[in-house]
Design a protein around this ligand. Sequence first.
Ligand code: RIB
Length: 303
Amino acid sequence: MSKIIVIGSISMDLVMETNQIPNQGETVFGEQFSMVPGGKGANQAVAIGRLSNERDKVYMIGAVGKDAFAEQLLMNLKENQIDMSFVGTVPQSTGVAQITLYEKDNRIIYCPGANAKVSTNDWQEEWDLLKNADLVVLQNEISHETNLAIAQFCHEHQVKVIYNPAPARKTDFELLEYVDFITPNEYESQQLFANQNQEAMLKAYPNKLIVTLGEKGSVFYDGNNIKQVPAIKSEVVDTTGAGDTFNGALAYALANQLSTESALKFATLASHLSVQKFGAQGGMPTLEEMKENKAYEKEWTFK
Ligand code: RIB
């Protein structure tokens, strides 16, 4: 049983699949266009929602605009068992990500719209909700000020926070002392720690800094040794949202008392399954789908 709160972006992903990337001033033909739910915050919430059972609670705090995208995105959150009592509507366009899918990998331009309006300024009930959470999850598609205020509050009230510094920004460093887990990918870790070598950065944050390395898995320092959790080889269809699936599954496992290493293995399996289908949320597994995989471990029991 867990109560997890994700605060972050809710966006519509406009995905163009192409065999050619245009040069400046050039027009090329795409293969296929799709609109699918996305936004790093919503993706992470959905990843947790899919793994959850009826005793778990997943809340999303965020904002959508007043447009047709908002309706579809809210419906999608509801279908994935996310409590949306704290998702606001603001007079803006809903967040949008323009995604180019080329050679099974993505390039993203993100326009925050309503997501930029997520702010703690008028919060009352939200603070009470946070105080009673098992875990709070943050990423970087809402403002730094909002993230910082939440991280400081959670730190003061001893509520654990996973901070996924994606996309990287210069101010990320200010949050680190207030959060419990930091989950950059390799590129984001270089941005965050000004090109320090990996061993030095991991050792500076024992049991706290987890660097994801794509096909090489993930690494953290447990206080004695640097531990690497290998990735599982996948038939990749689309890597979009793999990091969000990883963070969502990690949150679910940690909130349910798995050790860091075991939670990382659980998250690795979830992201292995997610990249085998199209769309950020398309391949996010349910717990039943996880259990069908031979890499599922007996000790992963969830009440
Ligand atoms: O992490 C993937 C997500 O980031 C996409 O769903 C898109 O919304 C982008 O901002």
